[in-house]
Ligand binder design. Sequence first.
Ligand code: E4P
Length: 219
Amino acid sequence: MKFFIDSAHLDEIQKAHALGLVDGVTTNPSLSAQAGLKDMAAFHDQIRKICELVQAPVSAEVVTTTAADMITEAKTLAKIHEQVVVKIPMTPDGLKATHALAREGVRVNVTLIFQPLQAMLAAKAGAAYVSPFIGRLDDISQTGMDLVEQIMAIFNNYGYETEVIVASIRHPLHVLQAALAGADIATIPYKVILQLINHPLTDIGLAKFLEDWKKAQKS
Ligand code: E4P
């Protein structure tokens, strides 16, 4: 499973990249706002910097809502860097834009997927990626991972090449479940990446090894 980092913070992306854990990056308008990007120029500049840093796919989301506007915006985003993947919301206009962009060779990540047939429609329209949001389903007492399992089954049934990015990940168990479901990618917040590394028994075991080593040196 590929690990993407779900962040627009350059320092977080840099730290995760140094760990060898960044196969790609996803951003969204909320994450861009959290990273302090106050206008379109700052956003484009940050996307360029992220692309140069990771040399991997970087999702940048449109903030327009009609198909015509999304297509224009997507083409501008795609020109920032060859690694840019344009994120388009799962709406009728978004689907229309996805279909048009895919035919022109622009890679699209269809976002805000909450039911399996939305993912199937996005794949049929030519999306390179779909992003089911599992945490937001868990938040309303639905099992988000069921959605991923259903999408994987449908895509395997019909051989769709669209990659599934498990998004809206809240904790390490989501990452484990995504891997067990055979998802192509998990996009993970930096905080959760750090949680994946740590285990109290690793810390206790290391402390004991070092203590025993020091004792042996003194004896
Ligand atoms: C990534 O593509 C999504 O935009 C992101 O994972 C959403 O996460 P959230 O539900 O925590 O905002």
